[in-house]
Design a protein around this ligand. Structure first.
Ligand code: IPE
Ligand code: IPE
Ligand code: MG
Length: 250
């Protein structure tokens, strides 16, 4: 694992960023509506913000960036909107296949990929394979697609139950580390910081298992307007927090 170097932020200040930042990319629809544009235009703008913020995270030495792109509940939206989001993801993956090796960006997916279109799944598989060939210390973006925190826990528990039924494991063997190892996030440290733009102050089924001791940062800025300076503000807020993990400050 590569050591986290101290890097300079946009304002030229030396910072030691969290190792893992997670973002609920919310507010695309409102951003578009405010401009009299269709909601899909907001998703397009949001995808650009993701590219920009991922690059910035990589440059300031964040090792993992986990983004909520599409939840298990987002299928409730119109077919047009769902199709537009999937189309943007496809475009991003096509681009990633050509550039991730050059840019040293590893990509990983969290979520249940079974209902995702075969073409998109094949691309995700391709980016997984390219990622496996890149050094482990390289920056990694985790894209949450058809992801729900409860669904992730259920799938992990089902895997464990199947292992028990097959006689490979015993129920009393299950501990936190074993269950973590069955999650989509296996092997990835929990996010120190979870950011939600758009003014909503809720998790909406994001990283329920992993957020046990995460610091939360909320901002009214809508995701398409989120930029490097906003991320610097979130990191500064995180750095001012007193993380006690249930202990008492000495
Ligand atoms: C987040 O933006 C993107 C997805 C949930 C896919 P929204 O589309 O939820 O934007 P708002 O919350 O309606 O503004
Ligand atoms: C959470 O945003 C999901 C993503 C950003 C992908 P939503 O817009 O779906 O959440 P709610 O409906 O406001 O809780
Ligand atoms: Mg929303």
């Amino acid at each position: 694992m590569a050591a986290i170097d101290t890097k300079n932020n946009q304002a030229g200040q030396a910072i030691k960023p969290p190792r893992h930042i997670a973002i609920i990319m919310d507010g695309n629809g409102r951003w578009a509506t405010k401009r009299g544009l269709p909601r899909t235009a907001g998703h397009k703008a949001g995808a650009e913000t993701f590219r920009k913020i991922a690059t910035y995270c990589k440059n300031i030495g964040v090792q993992y960036l986990t983004v909520y792109a599409f939840s298990t509940e987002n299928w409730k939206r119109s077919a047009d909107e769902v199709g537009a989001i999937m189309g943007l993801l496809k475009r991003y993956l096509l681009e990633a296949v050509d550039t991730m090796e050059r840019d040293h960006i590893r990509l990983h997916f969290f979520g249940d990929m079974t209902p995702i279109a075969p073409e998109l799944r094949a691309l995700a598989h391709e980016t997984d394979e390219i990622s496996a060939g890149l050094p482990e210390g390289d920056f990694q973006a985790n894209v949450c697609l058809n992801y729900g925190g409860r669904d992730e826990i259920l799938r992990a528990v089902r895997k464990f139950a199947a292992q028990c039924a097959a006689g490979e494991r015993k129920p009393e063997e299950l501990d936190e580390a074993m269950l973590s190892g069955l999650m989509d996030s296996a092997g990835i440290p929990d996010p120190e910081l979870i950011i939600r733009p758009s003014g909503e102050q809720r998790l909406s089924n994001f990283l329920l298992w992993q957020c046990a001791y995460s610091e939360f940062y909320y901002t009214d800025t809508l995701w398409p307007d989120f930029d490097e300076a906003e991320l610097d503000k979130a990191i500064a807020a995180y750095q001012s927090r007193d993380r006690r993990f249930g202990g008492v400050k000495k």
